[in-house]
Design a protein around this ligand. Structure first.
Ligand SMILES: Cc1cc2nc3c(=O)[nH]c(=O)nc-3n(C[C@H](O)[C@H](O)[C@H](O)COP(=O)(O)O)c2cc1C
Length: 390
């Protein structure tokens, strides 16, 4: 078993580049042009990290990054959910592959599934701040990152055209995330587009109900989910599961209400969850030496985009919220097959195993994936499942 890493260097950060020890196939140093963060202003650090991330993502699309030999996870890890076979109960989280790129890469690495998006009906260029496109920053010592992207994508009609052309690998199903600030008609249309493109499961990137618990069923949040039920779930022509992804900031006390709503409206699963915007709480787990950058990015008057915090600071929170959902599901499941998934701070197999033991069906990872990719290269899943004998 692979131990949880104590240090992160995700996305080819300037710190990672300085460390100079990336696996050949995934070294971002040659493409970043950055060699050190020393002496950079906070603004320039964000600029360097943001550019390095974009270059790494561009590079990962390249055919020479795809493993020549496909790794197949041990049979014992396979699971069937909603009649779909997943080779392993772990996959990337939404936001990594917005353009239907890199399926070959992760499928041949051994991922249990591939999830694309978040897509929106209309194209979105993504956010800029102080001349920085898609501002992103990492906190390597804290195993964390912040992003404020604004769901950049080419629009669902264009993205979805690429999906049927993907050469699929058995046991690595394709799912898609949709969401964003679009109107409800747009959201339903997005779901229909990916359904028609042949994805096997859908995830709705939903924000949490910003209202009193006893008022949830009167809220705009509830109306949204009900509208989607009436206009998509009830009209499905095939069995395509729809999972709702909430924030990891969801209060544990609200989990039961949310689950009851998903059960009664006929949804098929829940994912806890997305990044956090609880900066005061997240800050407590940010290493002291990285707090100035964290504050600058999140809350300062000079930059202060806020954004979502990901990675290790979410580890315990996501486990707590998703475990509570799994416990509630076990105590009183709905008539439809329903699964709980967990996303947030997963960076080793032990995290996945702890989740499965708590009744969570599968996990997704984002920040931790890039850390392991840096260390293990294309053996990222092989090492995760088989440890040092891999
Ligand atoms: C750069 C970045 C972009 C993201 N974009 C999306 C997105 O488009 N849709 C979504 O549902 N989640 C998005 N997320 C959230 C991740 O899917 C995941 O829920 C979150 O990062 C917590 O997982 P982690 O701790 O393993 O990173 C994004 C996260 C990051 C770091």
């Amino acid at each position: 078993m692979v131990n949880c890493s104590r240090r992160y260097f995700v996305f080819g950060s300037a710190a990672a580049l300085a460390s100079g020890c990336l696996p050949r196939a995934t070294r971002p140093d040659a493409i970043s042009g950055a060699s050190s963060v020393a002496g950079l202003s906070l603004r320039d650090t964000v600029a360097v990290e943001s550019r390095a991330r974009l270059r790494l993502m561009e590079r990962l699309k390249g055919e020479n990054e795809v493993p020549a030999e496909a790794y197949v996870p041990p049979q014992s890890l396979a699971r069937t959910f909603w009649g779909i076979r997943f080779r392993a109960p772990i996959m990337n989280a939404a936001g990594m592959f917005r353009y239907a790129q890199c399926y070959d890469l992760v499928a041949r690495q051994g991922a249990g599934a591939y999830i694309g998006g978040t897509g929106t009906l209309h194209a979105r260029p993504g956010n800029d701040k102080h001349g920085i496109h898609l501002p992103f920053v990492i906190y390597p010592e804290s195993g964390s990152a912040s992003n404020w992207f604004g769901l950049p994508n080419e629009g669902d009609e264009i993205t979805a055209q690429r999906i049927p052309k993907i050469g699929r690998i058995d046991g690595c199903p394709i799912g898609w995330s949709v969401g964003g600030p679009s109107g409800l008609d747009d959201l339903v249309r997005s779901l229909m587009i990916y359904d028609a493109a042949g994805v096997l499961f859908l995830e709705i990137n939903e924000s949490c109900p910003n209202t009193l618990d006893h008022k949830i069923r009167e809220s705009e949040f509830y109306s949204r989910l009900k509208y989607i039920k009436e206009n998509f779930l009830d009209r499905r022509s095939r069995r395509i599961p729809v999972i709702v992804k909430f924030s990891n900031d969801t209060p544990v006390g609200q989990v039961h209400i949310l689950m009851d709503i998903l059960f009664s409206l006929g949804y098929d699963g829940v994912n806890f969850g997305n990044t956090s915007t609880n900066y005061a709480k997240m800050r407590q787990t940010i290493a002291p030496g990285e707090r100035a950058l964290f504050d600058y990015y999140s809350t300062s008057p000079e930059f202060g985009v806020g954004g979502g915090v990901s990675g290790r600071p979410l580890k315990l929170i996501s486990l707590m919220v998703a475990s509570e959902a799994a416990r509630y599901l076990k105590a009183g499941p709905p008539p439809q097959e329903f699964h709980v998934s967990r996303t947030g701070g997963i960076d080793c197999w032990e995290d996945a195993q702890t989740s499965l033991a708590a009744g969570i069906s599968y996990v997704q990872w984002f920040t931790g994936y890039f850390e392991r990719l840096r260390i293990d290269g294309n053996n990222v899943y092989r090492k995760m499942f088989e440890g040092d004998k891999a």
